[in-house]
Design a protein around this ligand. Structure first.
Ligand code: NAD
Length: 248
């Protein structure tokens, strides 16, 4: 492990541009379960059921049932960023990272102080009015306190939608996310199984052009074979802190 950490720090030092790609696994240490892990909802409820309900068509046609499910299973606990989130913010501040592309919707990179974050699946702390002329935004607290299951806009009374990308919707900032990854010399993936598209596709495309892919994840990912370095760990914060110390 020590050798992998030292080698990772050396690759970062020699990289012209390094971008980090994160998935749910970076936030489990902060207290938010991933979907595929032991406590994840894919295991508890089945991936097909979740994908059927957390879907844009389902939301439009069955808002009552959608929100019943969403309120029960997507109400993330109020948590603080983990050590891993803070280490990445510090590494960006000191010029080692050009940015983060994240699949996470928990807003924890931003809370930890990272400036260049592309959250391609949105932000679960925000809700947007579906009235095409209104589009007012609300914090999660408005929805939590709302007296009915389906929250409505206080201005125009239209339904609110979580500001997250549902199945069947396009991701946010597709072009920017792909460009940031493809223009990098080094991509470090943290806490993702690299099975969720299109982000997994961006990393796959990157890895066909260069070998400079590092993966820090508990368990296998779909691109382990293409990685220059793979660190298998469930303590990403400790690993990042050690890498950071080697950078000094
Ligand atoms: P995923 O496919 O990216 O898999 C998560 C990976 O993280 C798994 O390989 C798992 O073994 C690994 N992991 C778990 N805990 C870890 C730890 N402590 N250290 C290192 N690795 C760890 O994500 P998913 O769970 O299948 O989720 C599917 C989609 O839903 C993704 O887009 C995901 O980002 C999103 N989601 C977001 C959040 C969040 O915002 N915090 C939570 C759950 C799911």
């Amino acid at each position: 492990m020590q050798d992998l950490i030292r080698r990772t720090a050396d690759v970062i030092k020699n990289s012209r541009q390094t971008v980090v790609v994160t998935g749910a696994g970076i936030s489990t240490e902060a207290g938010i379960p991933d979907f595929r892990g032991e406590n994840g909802i894919y295991r508890k409820l089945g991936e097909d059921r979740v994908m059927r309900i957390i879907n844009i068509d389902f939301f439009r046609h069955n808002p009552e049932e959608f929100y019943g499910f969403y309120r029960q299973y997507f109400n993330f606990p109020a948590v603080e960023p983990s050590q891993a989130h803070y280490m990445l913010a510090r590494m960006e501040q000191e010029g080692y990272l050009a940015g983060i592309v994240t699949q996470n919707i928990d807003n924890l990179h931003q809370k930890a102080g990272s400036k260049k974050v592309i959250p391609i699946h949105g932000n679960a702390e925000q809700f947007v009015c579906q009235g095409s002329r209104c589009q007012a935004r609300y914090d999660a607290s408005y929805v939590l306190d709302y007296p009915e299951t389906v929250p409505r806009c206080s201005v125009c009374n239209n339904i609110l939608k979580p500001d997250v990308v549902l199945f069947g919707e396009n991701i946010y900032n597709y072009v920017d996310a792909r460009e940031l990854i493809m223009s990098s010399q080094l991509v470090i993936v943290i806490g993702s199984s690299l099975t969720v598209y299109p982000l997994a596709g961006f990393v796959r495309e990157f890895s066909t052009l260069t070998q400079d892919l590092i993966i820090i994840n508990k368990g296998p990912t779909s691109l382990d074979h293409a990685a220059l370095i793979k660190i298998d760990t469930n303590t990403t914060g400790t690993v990042l802190e050690k890498i950071y110390k080697h950078l000094q």
